[in-house]
Write a protein that binds this ligand. Structure first.
Ligand code: PBG
Length: 338
């Protein structure tokens, strides 16, 4: 009888470690933060257990802690003071993300600061782009044929100019990479051109290339009050029935100048991560989104199983092909991994 020797040897945990194929390290994790105006603010976000809205002073203290655990990159989202139709606060040089980036870079020179470039938390209507028309009230559960029928359309090309402006303001503040997440057609090219023209050739783009219209963004939208007030995001985010399309989207973003491409969400999209990594020889990031995190928090409550679940999930995302992972577990996971 042939013997599966390795299987027998695996009874020894040192040997199991030798032959393990996937290694998850704190430096593979990108930690998202929600930064808000004020002083001394550390306001827990109801929908996202153990995640807070932080003012800049508190954020700096947090970063000092997580850096010690081996976290080397963060992703910034801003909670703006005001919202309007075109999301103008997003490119305000004195906006919350711009000020936070400056403050962070002053204290933590080597920390990689990535900034989200989108409009949804800055627009009064909650869409990721500029809209034409007023929109009809949103009826939950009704599938709409098109955004036009709902009394509005997304003005893709007008949005591109604003996204480039936002990215430029982040670069001026000192961001290392900008992460466009609006899923507007041509956004990477427009941002790249804007950065290059203004002397920011060294600033990178981490493109949310394959971003799905997912039901797993709920807790995040609560955190940023960024859900659409009418319609949905199905006309610009991807249909979860598709995977070939994801590869085409990723291909376009690479051609337009993306340095890193992202697949989002992660857990229901491991096949997309795998195909992206196989097909394109570029760094692939995965976003382990708010709903995926909150779901496990709810399930594991009080049972002492969260660590095992989270590490299994994060490792599987890396096993699928992601080079790094954006996750709300980053701080805790870095502690577990040390
Ligand atoms: C903004 C944006 C979203 C997320 C990241 N950037 C939400 C959305 O598209 O509505 C979701 C992240 C998460 O759920 O953790 N475009």
């Amino acid at each position: 009888m042939p013997v599966n020797r390795l299987r027998r040897l695996r009874r020894n945990s040192a040997i199991r470690d030798w032959v393990s194929e996937t290694v998850l390290r704190p430096k593979d994790l990108i930690l998202p933060y929600f930064v808000i105006d004020g002083k001394g603010v550390d306001r827990p976000i109801k929908s996202l257990p153990e995640v807070s809205h932080l003012s800049i002073d508190k954020l700096l203290k947090e970063i000092a802690k997580v850096e010690k655990r081996g976290i080397r990159s963060i992703l910034l989202f801003g909670v703006p003071k005001k919202k309007d139709k075109i999301g103008s606060e997003a490119y305000n040089k004195d906006g919350i993300v711009q000020r936070a980036t400056k403050a962070i870079k002053k204290e933590f020179e080597d920390l990689v600061v990535i900034t989200d470039v989108c409009l949804c938390s800055y627009t009064s209507h909650g869409h990721c782009g500029i809209i034409k028309g007023q929109g009809t009230p949103y009826h939950k559960g009704t599938e709409q044929a098109s955004d036009k029928r709902q009394g509005y359309i997304i003005d893709n090309d007008k949005t591109l100019k604003i996204l480039a402006k936002i990215a430029l303001s982040h670069a001026e503040a000192g961001a290392d990479l900008v992460a466009p997440s609006a899923m507007m057609d041509g956004q990477v090219m427009s941002i790249r051109e804007g950065l290059d023209k203004n002397g920011f050739k060294d600033i990178g783009i981490m493109a949310y290339a394959a971003k799905y219209a997912s039901n797993f963004y709920g807790p995040f939208r609560e955190a940023l009050d960024s859900g659409p007030h009418f319609g949905d995001r199905k006309t610009y985010q991807m249909d979860f029935r598709n995977s070939d399309q994801a590869l085409r989207e990723i291909g376009h973003d690479i051609e337009e100048g993306a340095d890193i491409v992202m697949v989002k969400p992660a857990l229901s999209y491991l096949d997309i991560i795998y195909r992206a990594k196989e097909k394109f020889n570029v760094p692939v990031a995965a976003y382990n989104v708010s709903g995926e995190y909150a779901m496990v928090k709810a399930y594991s409550q009080g049972q002492g199983i969260e660590k095992e679940l989270a590490l299994e999930i994060l490792t599987s995302i890396k096993r699928a092909g992601a080079d790094f992972i954006i996750t709300y577990w980053a701080k805790e996971a870095a502690g577990w991994l040390n």
